[in-house]
Design a protein around this ligand. Sequence first.
Ligand code: URA
Length: 433
Amino acid sequence: MRMVDIIIKKRDGEELTKQEIDFFINGYVNNQIPDYQVSSLLMAILLKGMTNKETFYLTEAMLYSGDIMDLTKISGVKVDKHSTGGVGDKVSLIVGPIIASCGAKLAKMSGRGLGHSGGTLDKLESIPNMNVNLSEEEFIRQVNDIGIAIIGQTKQLVPADKKLYALRDVTGTVDSIPLIASSIMSKKLASGADTILLDVKFGSGAFMKTVNQAKKLANIMVEIGKYFKKDTRAEITSMANPLGRAIGNSLEVKEAVNTLLGNGPSDLVEICLESAATMLLQAKLVNSLKEGMQLAKTNLDNKKAYEVFRKFVIYQGGDVSYIDNLDKFEKSKYTYQIKSKQDGYIKNIDALTIGVSACKLGAGREKKEDIIDYSAGIYLNKKVGEKVSNGEIIATIYTSKENIDDVLLDIYNAYSFSTKPVKIPPIIYDVIE
Ligand code: URA
């Protein structure tokens, strides 16, 4: 078999066989096929697409390119969730404790921030001493004990994706639905859970810009899950506006804790309860979504989920006194207030601009080796649909950087206003199963 023939076949729009896809992935991982040939094939895939069958084979070849987590030593149904990334997305920090308090097991491997979207590991590390590098044994013991652990990758999972992702990033081949679907699903399947809930976001702050693109991506990922006989479902959710009011690592942890204490913003509470209900149904701990919703809400209201979060922090070495007293979190050097210049209603808050601005304030990395300022970020005093008067604060900015006038202006410009009342758009558009 020759790589050049595989490239030509895909260039001409033909369907590749399992053997051809295995040849390409194995050859690339073993350094037998050079970057330039793989780049060429990736571009042909981007332009010509892949059938479902090809996408299954690609996911399979990537999945078996490295280790696969064995979670059989954890009793009960192991559930997992994955968000395609957004701005202000702290859902895992809330849903995890909710479902664990209801009896499900969340053995989750998370990632760090990528571009303008934050990462769960960075958020967790804003809690002093929190350890996201548990050994596999500690990880399994903790999930058996308290139902939840969230860590960085322990084993060498899906090395094919590491190489392919780095190459896609610099060859204009990220935006391909089969490539994104196989990348995400190979990693989720390698993480070893029994069920997977995907949160596929669309809108300015997401990879997928339209609801139709998000549905297409969700559909193929759910089909991949079925091919591997895993209960996989996908929510299609909006990332036109940031989720909740807090963007930035410790700000988001504080918002998550407040949500677990019953004081969460309504969009965040809605997505957390809906996701928890679906995951409880997937874990067969309830018989319907309605029952799942009731159970999730009960354990949020009676603070059982909050208690699990505290235990989770203690088990992973975090200083729980920060959770008990949120004012203890380190403050940024500077605070700025952005004020409205008109009366009216908030019509939109562009998620991408807010995400990029939060990074510029120090909440994210511009280069891999950059150090994050955990206290930096943005608090949205006003959200979409809310009434605002001239001179009222619409956002509070936390940073230790100087010369940020252009960022403050960008944040102001991320807001658009209406003189008439604004209908709050839905957050969950569809669920695919
Ligand atoms: N996230 C991933 O893990 N892979 C992609 O290709 C895109 C987003």
